[in-house]
Design a protein around this ligand. Structure first.
Ligand code: AMP
Length: 628
């Protein structure tokens, strides 16, 4: 059967298709119904079935693989390197589960994780899954304001954190940001569990902060059974940026997610149990949730948790790890490869990478030169895959595990089974034919693994994702796309104000709000500007309140610096604009709407489009002058 037939069946006979896929995981209680779609667009998968993500990722492998590697931890930041077998991982997860229970965490409680790439983060995620607590991991690169909004929305009973992360040899203290985040939030956690790595001294808050290492000894021999959860209960909430300043809590289920990941491990990644999967993402992003933690472990593979950059101690580190751990499947982001491309290409051939079968890249557009460079250099196929925090697993890629297909340069591939992908007209909602640019949309029901709703906000789920396309109830990805005559898709950028910096999704609105919190600013606009290394960078334009602060003056330079630091302090280094320019006015329509697209076009040296509605045409000249 060719891939197209398999995909067609997944749409025509959804229940039959997913019933078969569901056999890949352990069900403590079988499901009664494959899909309940009685309340569109809410899809409930494997209704009545009871299972547990931690059981599928850890316990299930104990009979056959207790002594096989499960978690391989490598930190080139601290020099730590250690492997946990499935048996050892089980022990650590149960211990962490007992620690959480001792803090009063139970079924349905939220646990927020603000952690660097350390094994305790994985133990904590799996421990939450084990006891039916809902984890919400906040990327370690975010700062106090980002944390505060997430703490307030997720209302965690407990937060698990650490003294510090480390990036390119520089210690990044977490505790001060966390304390500030909690101070800013209206909701306060009852306890904060601290993993002390000994990297950055911190003050413990009496009665609230608890040392994990001390508790670990007390719970070393604990027994904590898996809580059998109904398939549609909540496994986690992961916040992601959108058009508004308030991040959305992407809520995911238990059973559908487990099935989708298990299926993808074979159909898409072609991983083999017992071998090693190496994903260079971060647990703070969806790729880290799905393909550092849950996917590989559910499939019985060892997974590498890597704290470090691709170029330290040298540009061969990733390939050295491939050699050392006989990695068979690797998953990274185009930016990481573009960084390596600036280094001596001989790094690609200094190690024995013969174990590597495929390199998957995702998170941002993959340019052809980068794909060719790395594919030729390593001598392995490179497979682009397109998806989102919302989908949890690839929407577009190649399912070579079902039927091999050729890659097309510049295309992430074809719709994955279960996704009824359409390109539609943004105004009429009508489906478009081949080679016509439109919005990439998905006809519901969304397949297993995709978001269930926005955490505690069903209305926002519908209003955000299912109301963007007029006339039809379709899920909007907010990406422009095009399909060619062979059915391959191409992604042409976002339809909204979301930008993608080195594969990190950021909302320009959030950055603008941070800039506006500075008293010296009257208004501002942030746009994403094409960058050869990071794909895009954020560039801000701000109008100072004090007209005496003239562009180019010392006062202006000082203010620009302060603005950058304000963003870094509030949102984190990840959101810091590449540059903030001061201008006296922003280009706006006569009705007062900032013309972000025109600013972006001016920044990229493109045609600024139709400007008949612009209030003050000289405003764009200022933008161009600022860039010069
Ligand atoms: P995130 O939710 O952070 O994973 O970001 C999802 C967004 O990243 C998508 O909506 C796209 O704009 C972009 N994206 C992810 N993967 C790809 C890819 N393979 N090619 C092009 N854009 C991508």
């Amino acid at each position: 059967m060719g891939y197209h037939e398999a995909w067609q069946r997944s749409i025509d006979d959804r229940e039959g298709f997913w019933r078969e896929q569901a056999a890949r995981i352990h069900w403590q209680t079988p499901f009664e119904q494959v899909l309940d779609y009685s309340s569109p667009p809410f899809a409930r998968w494997f209704v009545g079935g009871r299972t547990n993500l931690c059981f599928n990722a850890v316990d299930r492998h104990l009979p056959a693989r207790a002594d096989a590697p499960a978690l391989i931890y490598v930190s080139t930041e601290t020099g730590q390197e250690r492997t946990w077998t499935f048996g050892e991982l089980h022990r650590e997860v149960v211990t962490m589960a007992a620690i959480l229970q001792a803090q009063g965490v139970g079924h349905g409680d939220r646990v927020l994780l603000y952690m660097p790439m350390i094994p305790e983060a994985v133990f904590a995620m799996l421990a939450c899954a084990r006891i039916g607590a809902i984890h919400s991991v906040v990327f370690g690169g975010f700062a106090s304001h980002s944390l505060a909004s997430r703490i307030e929305d997720a209302t965690p009973k407990v937060i698990v954190s650490a003294d510090a992360g480390s990036r390119a040899g520089k210690v990044v203290p977490y505790k001060g940001l966390l304390d500030e985040g909690i101070r800013l939030s209206a909701h306060k956690p009852e306890k904060v569990l601290m993993v002390d790595r000994g990297l950055a001294p911190f003050d413990a808050v009496a009665g609230r902060d608890v040392d994990v290492a001390a508790l670990r000894d007390a719970h070393r021999n604990a027994t904590v059974d898996c809580q059998w959860l109904e398939s549609n209960e909540v496994s986690y909430v992961l916040y992601t940026s959108g058009t508004t300043g308030k991040p959305k809590g992407v809520q995911r289920d238990v059973g559908g997610y487990a099935v989708a990941l298990a299926a993808s491990m074979e159909n898409i990644f072609r991983g083999e149990p017992g071998r090693t999967y190496f994903c260079t993402s971060d647990i703070g992003w969806v790729v880290g949730h799905s393909y550092i933690v849950y996917g590989p472990l559910i499939h019985g593979m060892a997974t590498i948790l890597y704290e470090g950059t691709p170029v330290r101690p040298d540009a061969g580190i990733l390939w050295q790890l491939v050699e050392r751990y006989r990695v068979s499947v690797m998953f990274s982001a185009p930016t990481a490869i573009r960084v390596l491309k600036k280094q001596d290409p001989s790094w690609l051939t200094r190690y024995d990478t013969s174990s590597l079968e495929t390199l998957f890249l995702a998170g941002e557009p993959l340019d052809e030169p980068t794909a060719t460079w790395i594919g030729d250099g390593l001598g392995v196929p490179v497979i682009d895959n397109y998806w989102q925090t919302e989908s949890g697993w690839p929407i577009l890629t190649l399912a070579n595990g079902i039927a091999p297909m050729v890659t097309k340069p510049g295309s992430p591939g074809v719709p994955m089974y279960g996704y009824d992908v359409q390109i539609v007209d943004e105004v009429t909602g009508e489906p478009l034919g081949a080679n016509q640019k439109g919005v990439l949309a998905i006809a519901p029901p969304l397949p297993p693994g995709c978001m269930q709703t926005v955490w505690r906000d069903d209305r926002r789920f519908i209003d955000t994702y299912f109301s963007a396309i007029p006339q039809r109830m379709l899920y909007s990805t907010f990406d422009w796309g095009i399909r060619d005559d062979d059915g391959y898709y191409f992604i042409l950028g976002r339809t909204d104000d979301v930008i993608n910096v080195a594969g990190h999704r950021l909302g320009t609105r959030e950055i603008e709000e941070a800039l506006l919190s500075h008293a010296g600013i009257a208004e501002c606009a942030v746009v994403g500007v094409a960058d050869s290394l990071k794909g895009q960078v954020a560039v801000g334009f701000a109008v100072p309140r004090d007209a005496a602060v003239v562009t180019g003056s010392d006062a202006a330079l000082a203010l620009e610096g302060e603005l950058m630091r304000t963003v870094e302090r509030q949102l984190g280094a990840v959101a810091r604009p590449a540059r903030v320019h001061l201008v006296t006015t922003l280009p706006k329509t006569r009705s007062g709407k900032v013309l972000r697209r025109s600013i972006q076009a001016a920044c990229e040296g493109r045609d600024t489009g139709d400007l008949t509605t612009i209030e003050d045409p000289t405003a764009l000249d200022q933008i161009r002058a600022a860039l010069r």
